[in-house]
Design a protein around this ligand. Structure first.
Ligand code: GLU
Length: 288
């Protein structure tokens, strides 16, 4: 079971479509379902109409998902319940550190761990981490081993503004949706150990992970809304699809270049070879 989990902060750009396509191909190649989740918990960043635009764009490319779209915002109560359980088990603590206090401390030093603050409107909730290695074998990026307390510190599971943190929600969603293979961008590689740690605490099985290279611009920056990446061109899905298959290093035959996107997809499912991307962290599209 695979999934694509875009944040509805704007239309899909080439980089997000690249991830969508790879996760789709991987799920279909394994005769699996491909689910769509809209990561809409960070409400201040959601853009009006973005979810609809994302769904329409996926359909234009023939990337049809299975079942209903899963909107995170409809599962708030469930996240809260699990937070309450972890709180009860003393895995969480209220943190009142300001952004300023933490400006030069990328690894949280545990300032509030023993402070015993009550969880009020000026506090975030952090999860206690431990001094042990969290390990996994990524299908493309290889063996990863991280010690959370030393490399990240206790991390936030619910923000000060009461918004449930991505790291926390994603673990619950992947479990709820029975995802057993996560295919996503390598920018999330560094988050994975946190997610595995949470899975372990909650007794959830670990999915398999494939972290794809990122599509970067000519300056080497990841395409994103912040870098003002253009929306993916869905006026000619066939040429965009062909470009994406080439960026996925799938070597599509030249005669497919002008074939309808759905036909290219059929070829790509039958020939899907993710290992062509092994150990690659970034890919630059050709300039026209
Ligand atoms: N919504 C996240 C993003 O767009 C993806 C989360 C995930 O695939 O785990 O970066």
């Amino acid at each position: 079971m695979g999934r694509f989990a875009p944040s509805p902060t704007g239309p899909l750009h080439l980089g997000s479509l690249y991830t969508a396509l790879a996760s789709y191909l991987d799920a279909r190649r394994h005769n699996g379902l491909w689910l769509l989740r809209i990561d809409d918990l960070d409400t201040p960043r959601n853009a009006d109409g973005a979810s609809d635009a994302i769904l329409r764009c996926l359909e234009r490319f023939g990337l049809h998902w299975d079942g209903n779209v899963y909107f995170q915002i409809q599962h708030l109560e469930h996240y809260q319940q699990i937070l309450a359980t972890l709180q009860h088990q003393q895995w969480l603590y209220a943190c009142r550190c300001s952004r300023k206090t933490l400006a030069n401390t990328p690894i949280y030093p545990g300032y509030c761990r023993e402070a015993g603050f009550v969880d009020d409107e000026s506090s975030a909730l952090r999860l206690k981490t431990q001094d042990r290695q969290i390990e996994f074998d990524d299908a493309l990026q290889g063996f990863i081993s991280q010690n959370l307390i030393r490399e990240h510190g206790d991390f936030i599971v619910r923000r000060k503004d009461r918004i449930i943190a991505y790291q926390f929600a994603v673990v619950i969603d992947d479990y709820n949706q029975r995802i057993n293979h996560v295919v996503r961008g390598a920018d999330l590689l560094d988050s994975t150990a946190k997610q595995l740690y949470l899975q372990q605490l909650l007794g959830y099985p670990m999915p398999r992970y494939t972290h794809l290279p990122l599509i970067v611009d000519q300056q080497g920056n990841k395409l994103s809304k912040q870098t003002l990446a253009a929306p993916a061109d869905d006026s000619h899905p066939e040429s965009t699809m062909f470009l994406l298959l080439r960026l996925l290093r799938q070597n599509p035959p030249a005669e497919l270049a002008n074939a309808p996107a759905e036909l290219q997809l059929q070829w790509a499912i039958a020939h899907w070879k993710p290992l062509a991307l092994k150990k690659i962290r970034a890919i630059q599209p050709p300039i026209h």
